[in-house]
Design a protein around this ligand. Structure first.
Ligand SMILES: [Zn+2]
Length: 77
């Protein structure tokens, strides 16, 4: 999409029904929120919320703990 690059947070928590059924993930800023190790799956909705809180805080400091399962940015949820 065209337009000025602006940070506009619209965090969204979703639960996978296909790729990693039952796992949670969070979306914001037109992309999936991932940890520095490129994982983004969360075992619980609370974990996903923690990931969003970390993102909204500027992704500073250690990321919330989650699963080590790699999350592909083109995942089919
Ligand atoms: Zn955001």
């Amino acid at each position: 999409m065209d337009g000025p690059a602006r940070t506009h947070h619209e965090p969204l928590i979703q639960q996978s029904t296909y790729t990693c059924a039952g796992m949670w993930w969070a979306h914001c800023c037109r992309s999936i929120i991932t940890r520095p190790n490129h994982t983004g799956w969360c075992s619980t909705q609370d974990d996903a919320q923690a990931l969003i809180d970390w993102h909204l805080a500027g992704e500073i400091g250690p990321a919330p703990v989650g699963t080590d399962v790699p999350l592909q940015l083109d995942l089919f949820v």
